[in-house]
Design a binder for this molecule. Structure first.
Ligand SMILES: Cc1cc2nc3c(=O)[nH]c(=O)nc-3n(C[C@H](O)[C@H](O)[C@H](O)COP(=O)(O)O)c2cc1C
Length: 209
């Protein structure tokens, strides 16, 4: 199949969204926990998490345009705090259900059966069932004028990971936490490690670790 820009434009709306939403390949599956100024908690699944830098430890999320109600985005703006929690294979149904448009007075925690976990010093709720949990503070918001989306950049201020999921170099092995990958908006994949590679150098052939 080959599609030109015109062909993509001419695709039926839902088919175009399905294709373009899935064309980047695997994306990480995370639950973003927030709270509003009245203390009402909120949870939403997001796949747009991107690494921005490791020192300081910065991650970005891309939010849909805020012409409709966007509780997570509003709460992050209001409180400056949020959490990012890996989805694992055991909580896919509940995690996916957080994408439903619940009214602001309904917590997706209560609606989906996931458990709020509050940690001293962090304003937003973590997901108790998650194995990898990050406490985030808002550092920057970039409105993307090209399509009305918003990039939220946050700093990791707390991190909880099972010790046995960290390899000898200090990296997280997401297969050990059963963290899953997403394609598009509806397909969830389990991960398994294929091979590890040493740092690439021009004068050395590729070497496996
Ligand atoms: C698999 C999946 C991934 C999603 N990723 C994002 C995302 O990266 N950014 C976004 O704005 N919405 C994303 N959504 C949609 C939000 O989960 C959905 O709009 C949710 O209702 C937002 O809740 P809120 O209004 O409580 O913030 C995704 C939905 C699904 C099913």
């Amino acid at each position: 199949m080959h599609l030109s820009a015109n062909d993509i434009e001419d695709l039926e709306r839902r088919r175009r969204a399905a294709l373009i939403n899935s064309i980047t390949g695997f994306k990480p599956a995370n639950l973003v926990g927030t709270v509003d100024a009245q203390g009402r908690s909120n949870l939403a699944i997001m796949s747009s998490l991107v690494h921005i830098g490791s020192h300081p430890p910065l991650l970005a999320l891309v939010f849909r345009p805020d012409n409709a109600e966007r509780h997570t985005l509003d709460n992050i703006r209001e409180t400056g705090s949020y959490t990012i929690n890996h989805v694992h294979a055991g909580i896919i149904d509940a995690a996916h259900q957080t994408a439903a448009r619940y009214p602001g007075n309904v917590s997706e925690f209560a609606a989906t059966g996931l458990t709020e976990l509050w940690r001293d010093g962090h304003k937003a709720p973590f997901v108790d069932e998650a194995q990898v949990r990050m406490g985030m503070i808002l550092r920057d918001e970039l409105p993307l004028s090209i399509n009305g989306t918003h990039m939220i950049i946050g700093e990791i201020v707390s991190l909880e990971v099972p010790g046995n999921a960290i390899n000898e170099l200090g990296a997280l092995d997401p297969a050990k936490t059963d963290s899953i990958a997403i394609s598009g908006l509806d397909s969830y994949y389990r991960s398994s490690l294929l091979q590890r590679m040493a740092y690439a150098k021009p004068d050395k052939a590729p070497r496996r670790l």
